[in-house]
Design a protein around this ligand. Sequence first.
Ligand code: FES
Length: 529
Amino acid sequence: MLITSLGHAGLRVETPELRLLMDPWLATTGAFQGAWHQFPSNAHLDTPELLDCDWVTVSHEHLDHMDLSVLSRLPERTRVLIPRYPSKVFLRRLRDAGIANVIEVSAWQRFPLNTAGDWLTFIPEQSPMCHDAGVLVCAGGASLLHCNDARLSVAQGRRATVEAGGRLDVMAVQMSGASWHPICYEYPREVAERLETEKRVGKFKAVTRLLRGVAPLLAVPFAGPPCFLDPVVRHHNPTSRSPGIFPDLEQAAGWLAERLPGVPSTYWLPGDTYELPSGRCVREPRWQDFSFADTEAYLDRYAAERRPALEAVYAAHPDPGDDLGERFAEHFARLGELSTYFLERIAMTVRFEVEGPGGGCWDVQLGPERARVSLHGGDGAAQYRFRVASRWLDPVIAGRVGWEDLLLSLRFSAWRSPDLYNDYLVGLLKHADADALEAVACYESSRDSGETVVVEGPDGSRYEVGRYCPHAGEDLTHGAVVQDGVLRCLGHNFDFDLSSGQCLNARCDPLQVKSEVAQSTLSSQISRQ
Ligand code: FES
């Protein structure tokens, strides 16, 4: 198996009988309304030879993975494989863009790629709240687990190893998250820095724990960070340095080398190749003098190169007309019909301060039963506020891009009180689809709350708690740390008070806390699990 890095989460996998592209992102307009760009540039790889392939996998809808400018240029014979998610939104989006040969593949289904025995399977995240999936490829006698942005559990990683025949040759993992929190929020600097540090370290620790449990033969951090070339968002580039939330590949690989010496790791730049089983890595010569530690001059040149593409992005986002408010109200009236389960859990007023032509101050009261929109907002209290320019909001309201695409563009600012993450608000916006929301409601309502585990803090305190996190089902046997009476689930860093079970930093059902366990009862409790 020959693996070529395409930059970001893009890989090309070749054997004598297989040519497969995985999440190729090559658009010179970047992604997310021109805010994100490949770092470093992978433009030199965009050749007809690269696109000449049999299969392409696309893991999810984020535009740094689903690059329509690539998918629309594929040879006619090439088929596009996507995971089967609870809704058809992803499939529809591809078909609406004219991508014809799309095949949905169910979770863990072995999909044959040729008659030589090569196959792949998709591994979606456990909770349907996030439509993210890893891809396991077994080809040419070697195996690759391409995790994309999916937060796979240790159990999923171990099952992938078993499916691959007991040996996972390469595991590519995301260590630089894709998030607008806290960098788009109006926090005092010291609060933002504390939250950024928590996020960076939390992500690193979660990946370390996953790799330790799965033990692949080689770990490769990938799928980020992006860089920001538009002057309006360019101030986000320094967030690659500590304590920022977009650590670069050098820092990620350095962390792994230090904390996980038993699992060999490396990182690849666009055009580097890695051959299995020999382990021979050939570096792309153009990166000989490139270093993530000193990128200012590189980013200046890169931004100058991309200026025409960025001008095209702005041209494609003209100022909207005066009817934006009316269309905004219709949009939220539709969202308000999709799921009472979500509305009950949002139950707040969200204010949109929309700047520029067609804008205004608009309040959306979401829940508990329906959505009410006031286009004369700003008088009453709001618990959440977004400030965004009308040109970036318009394509969301028109249905051309998703809410998450706008949020990931970082072209907005936000404020909230209380300062709690509301997964249901983000879930409603990003899915905007009844089937997807219903799948979350079913998943969350059908969880078995009977099983418990005992978790232990560094001071020796022990608690019997529900085994699975009430957020997205992380197994707390391996996925939790306890400190000062608070359990942190490492799935998404939600904190739970161990005296009440209440979630302290997000809108989430409480953790089931049965009791604080005395030392003398510990051995008998563990033996019953
Ligand atoms: S699974 Fe998300 S915080 Fe626990």
